[in-house]
Design a protein around this ligand. Structure first.
Ligand code: FAD
Length: 336
């Protein structure tokens, strides 16, 4: 657990949250960014890193991944604290600051908060198995950080997309055995890799369990004993495995932010367009998560909102100072 004191907490490390670090930094404010994902970039990184974007001013074409790399370079001089792999949970209002606790028990104290949470925190789609939580991060993983864990082990992988197929191919090189579970005959992954998967089945390195779906998990103290899978005729099979890796994609959820007494309409936070402030003093919302009459859900709109919210944070944090508007060409980079 860490206690962090900063000027502004930014919720969301998507393109808009990242650019906010720059805007705040230029005005002399420190920031800390929290995101539920492992990597920065929000939708750009999680959903379409290789797609070209054509409507970022002055870039005739830039892939979403390059855009995020460039934003990272642009904010590096400000040395933001990036807290990844954690969601924001509780909000507490103190006399002249807020404190926010994250899902990994870090506490961030800040005078202002800028919510750049897009459609909500990205997290894995989980199979609907009743006791799955008790195995998570022990013998069930939704993403892989250290593949050496699976060396000489029996691993079940479920899913039909690129992640499931790519990891089955990769882990088949070192694991004892791979079960590949999917409920349909057709896989959505790129065809060349699907071919490799079936070649590995022919070589006996992977056992395909298709069409099967998950029925239950048996085990205790977080250690899987076996998985039960079933086919369309409800015929069941028992798979003795050491690890289970479900790869069912990502979904989004605004989560506890919904309970912060912010004015919400269908998961979107209402703000005053001229300041981007929500109904709570010192809490701003920008990017895809905010709305006002005429709002366009575009990255460029979010960048502009980042500048507006940051200038308003300055006024809240430094009520005694007058903010003299300056171009970046005049002041250069205001390294903190
Ligand atoms: P996001 O990118 O959604 O990032 C929000 C971040 O906040 C996420 O990483 C999420 O994990 C995190 N978060 C949310 N809640 C929490 C929480 N409680 N705790 C911790 N972290 C949290 N826009 C364009 O302008 N041009 C285009 O050409 C374009 N093409 C697109 C193509 C596709 C396929 C898609 C899906 C979108 C496209 N968009 C495009 C839209 C663009 O990606 C979004 O407008 C942009 O990503 C919004 O940025 P953001 O930073 O507001 O939110």
């Amino acid at each position: 657990m860490k206690k962090i004191n900063t000027d502004v907490l930014i919720i969301g490390a998507g393109p808009v949250g990242l650019f906010t670090v720059f805007e705040l930094g230029q005005l002399g404010m420190k920031s800390c960014v929290v995101d539920s994902l492992e990597n920065i970039g929000g939708q750009c990184t999680a959903l379409y890193p290789d797609k070209p974007i054509y409507d970022i001013p002055a870039y005739p074409s830039v892939t979403a991944g390059e855009l995020i790399n460039n934003l990272k370079k642009q904010i590096d001089p400000f040395k933001p604290i990036l807290l990844m792999n954690q969601k924001v949970n509780e909000l507490k209002k103190h006399k002249d600051f807020y404190s926010v606790k994250t899902s990994t028990n870090n506490i961030i104290e800040s005078k202002c908060i800028i919510i750049a949470a897009g459609n909500g925190a990205f997290g894995p789609n989980k199979p609907p198995l009743k006791n799955i939580d008790s195995f998570e991060n022990k013998t069930i993983f939704y993403h892989i950080r250290d593949k050496s864990k699976f060396r000489k082990k029996t691993v079940a992988i479920a899913g039909g997309g690129d992640s499931a197929v790519d990891w089955a191919i990769e882990l088949s090189k070192t694991s004892k055995k791979i079960f590949f579970i999917h409920r349909r005959n057709k896989l959505r992954a790129i065809p060349q890799n699907v071919e490799v998967l079936y070649d590995l089945e022919n070589e006996g390195k992977i056992e395909m369990m298709i069409p099967y779906q998950l029925d239950s998990i048996e085990g205790k103290n977080g250690i899987i004993d076996h998985l039960i899978i079933k086919n369309m005729d409800e015929e069941k099979k028992k798979l003795e495995v050491d690890y289970f890796l479900p790869f069912f994609g990502l979904s989004t959820n605004l989560g506890p932010i919904k309970d912060w007494e912010l004015e919400l309409e269908k998961n979107i936070l209402k703000v005053k367009q001229e300041t981007c402030e929500t109904n709570l003093n010192g809490i701003f919302a920008i990017g895809d998560v905010c709305s006002y009459p005429g709002k366009l859900k575009l990255i460029l709109t979010g960048f502009s909102e980042a500048a507006i919210a940051s200038h308003n944070c300055f006024n809240k944090i430094n009520p005694e100072k007058t903010l003299h508007f300056e171009y970046s060409t005049t002041k250069g980079i205001n390294k903190l």
